[in-house]
Design a protein around this ligand. Structure first.
Ligand code: RIB
Ligand code: CA
Length: 318
């Protein structure tokens, strides 16, 4: 298997998605990642804003050349669209209202770009998804052969033995489009799911933030600036100055799976519960698994110090 991971990154560029793009930029420079394309989706912000934010970060990191950024779904399959301005700002980057990027998104819709890239490199493309899964659901409907063409799907989303973050039980990415998420977990492709159970313990705190702020690189200054909004939103939840950079953990475990701990179980999404719609559900009983769905590899833990050091190194090396 090729050492360099060729990836399609589907995101709702927001603040932790932006940190993930900077982490990927450091891995691109190290030759570990080839970024074949980016798709944006409703979630933290509308997908056009997400695409312009993505272009801002790609240009800041100097990795925009040859990377198509495609605008994707502006709404979920079966519910109203919902943005997360309280966590990411109205502009998706902490209300920093940065200058327009030089580049523009491509005309091709994100789901079509994903299908075209997967067909062009059968078995090679890894899909990293850190927003609602509407584009992946649309791509599955567009091309039923997609699961056989994709090397792996890595998703930040869900919550199992951990409270939800947008409702009592549901995590935001899954809750934003439960129908699309259930299509993703029902498809016959290898899925690595990185839920709140794994991301919340990786919260960064004052010491880490102060170490980042001590660096005077363009990427570090940008990260400090946009993270400050996110830290203000997260500090009351964590009862300590800090934030959870969820999406970057999914990218790290995609590239270094040995840094995580996993359970293998079929995953479904509650679509009808009045109180539980958007909740990820697995059968954790010790009985033989009765669910015929392909099991998903679910991260239930990760090497927190390794995550902190790798992310800090990435943000300060660009
Ligand atoms: O629940 C956390 C997820 O929702 C992250 O991907 C964050 O960016 C938001 O999209
Ligand atoms: Ca996200």
């Amino acid at each position: 298997m090729n050492r360099t991971r060729t990836i399609f990154y589907d995101c709702d560029t927001g603040i932790d998605d932006a940190m993930t793009l900077l982490y990927l930029a450091s891995r691109i420079r190290a030759g570990a990642v080839d970024l074949a394309g980016v798709g944006t989706v409703h979630g933290n912000v509308d997908p056009l804003t997400g695409a312009l934010n993505t272009l801002r970060v790609l240009e800041l990191a100097g990795i925009q050349e040859g990377v198509p950024v495609a605008v994707g779904a502006a709404r979920p399959v079966a519910q109203d669209v919902h943005y997360a301005a309280d966590w990411h700002g109205t502009d998706g980057l902490g209300d920093t209202h940065l200058p327009e990027p030089a580049g523009r998104p491509v005309a091709e819709p994100a789901a079509a770009l994903l299908v075209r890239l997967a067909r062009a490199m059968p078995g090679e493309l890894t899909v990293l998804a850190t927003g609602p899964l509407t584009n992946l659901g649309a791509a599955l409907l567009l091309d039923p052969e997609l699961p056989s063409l994709v090397r792996e799907v890595v998703v930040m989303g869900g919550a199992f033995d951990h409270p939800g973050n947008i409702t009592t039980h549901a995590e935001a990415n899954i809750w934003h489009d439960p129908e699309a998420a259930d299509l993703v977990f029902a498809a016959d492709w290898p899925v690595l799911l990185v839920p709140l159970d794994a991301t919340h313990p990786t919260a960064v705190h004052g010491d880490w933030l102060d170490r980042l702020a001590a660096h005077d690189t363009a990427a570090a200054r940008f990260a400090v600036r946009v993270l400050s909004f996110y830290v203000d939103a997260y500090t009351p939840v964590l009862r300590n100055r800090g934030a959870v950079i969820h999406d970057a953990l999914a990218a790290m475990l995609m590239l270094e799976p040995e840094l995580g701990e996993y359970a293998q179980r079929a995953v479904r999404v509650e679509l009808r519960g009045k109180l539980t719609r958007g909740t990820t559900v697995w059968d954790a009983r010790s009985l033989p698994a009765a669910d015929t769905r392909r099991p998903v590899r679910v991260a239930v833990g990760g090497d927190v110090p390794a995550f902190h050091e790798r992310l800090l190194s990435a943000l300060t090396s660009l």
